[in-house]
Design a protein around this ligand. Structure first.
Ligand SMILES: [Zn+2]
Length: 325
């Protein structure tokens, strides 16, 4: 980080598929803004998902980009939901410095018009895994999903696991360009964290004890004024601003925080990239039990399709290590 600061007007040029980190030093706030455009079309076009599933997966991709882009080392951040709703599984994988891939599993017969995130997911859990690769340890945090949004789950995760006061906003929508019959996906997200030097300033009000018996005293904590102000500011962001293709990230961040002085850092580009390969699939096949390998032979070939990017890899039974009877 440069130790010489200077002021300039916010850039008016929108940058898609990128993360913009920023800091409001006077309030001890740090944050990241993500704007996604073409990357979403690339990932979602690889699958023939119904609209509601694409939308939900898109939100999960935004959340993963917001969280994964905090990683400094080489590694991966994996967000995964496992639930009993119509969308039973979501996996989004972020590889440093900015490669994203994602897929969802769903039951078409249980999809209905107008289902909200909570209804699509149902009950289960959200897991966030940080994998630093090699001999380094894996870290996994879990939060329950009980019919709420992905934003709710992220708040709960930061409250319980990291104890960092955090607010997240996510938005996604489809946009029709003039002269282009196909709609294009756009999404945006904003993450704000309160990181005071004195840890006691980071105390947070606990979640409301919804099922506590009547008359139970609710544990109240007065939150720090700086954090109260930060939360109020992030609440003023409108979904249309987060997905607006003509509004630059710098302008949006400036609009929100300029009165307190906001500093932006270099944007981190993001891209849709899968890490599958023929070699990796071949070695995965070799790790299977011989019977399972033999069961995969169809019309004299073994075919494996990558769930993330839908690439199909074909092997002869011999190449796949199938023992001939
Ligand atoms: Zn792939």
């Amino acid at each position: 980080m440069a130790d010489r600061s200077f002021s300039r007007a916010p850039s008016a040029i929108p940058v898609d598929d990128a993360v913009l980190p920023f800091e409001i030093a006077s309030l001890d706030l740090r944050g990241r803004l993500v704007k996604l455009g073409p990357l979403l079309d690339v990932i979602l076009a690889k699958h023939d998902y119904p609209l509601a599933v694409s939308k939900l997966l898109g939100e999960a991709i935004v959340l993963t980009a917001l969280l994964g882009s905090a990683l400094k080392f080489n590694g991966r951040f994996i967000l995964q939901t496992q639930t009993d709703g119509p969308v039973s599984l979501i996996v989004v994988d972020f590889r440093v410095p900015g490669a994203l891939r994602a897929y969802a599993r769903y039951d078409r017969d249980r999809l209905r018009d107008g289902q909200k995130t909570g209804e699509l997911l149902g009950r289960g859990h959200l897991a966030m895994t940080i994998d630093q690769g090699g001999a380094m340890s894996r870290y996994q945090g879990l939060v329950a999903l009980n019919g709420g949004t992905l934003e709710d789950a992220a708040h709960e995760y930061f409250l319980r696991s990291e104890q960092i006061p955090t607010r997240v906003r996510l938005a996604i929508g489809e946009e029709l360009d003039q002269g282009d019959p196909r709609p294009h996906w756009r999404a945006g997200g904003l993450l704000l964290q309160f990181l005071p030097k004195a840890p006691e300033r980071a105390r947070q009000a606990d979640l409301h004890p919804g099922d506590a018996p009547a008359g139970t005293a609710i544990h109240t904590v007065a939150e720090d004024d700086a954090w109260t102000e930060g939360q109020a500011l992030i609440e003023t962001v409108e979904d249309v601003e987060l997905i607006d293709p003509d509004l630059s990230g710098e302008r949006l961040v400036y609009r929100l925080f300029h009165e307190r002085g906001v500093r932006v850092f270099a944007t981190q580009p993001l891209g849709a990239k899968c890490s599958c390969s023929r070699d990796a699939v071949a070695s995965m096949l070799k790790s299977f039990a011989p019977n399972d390998r033999a069961d995969m032979v169809e019309d004299g070939r073994v075919k494996v399709t990558c769930e993330f990017c839908s690439s199909t890899y074909e092997f002869t039974p011999e190449e796949a290590g199938v023992e001939q009877a």
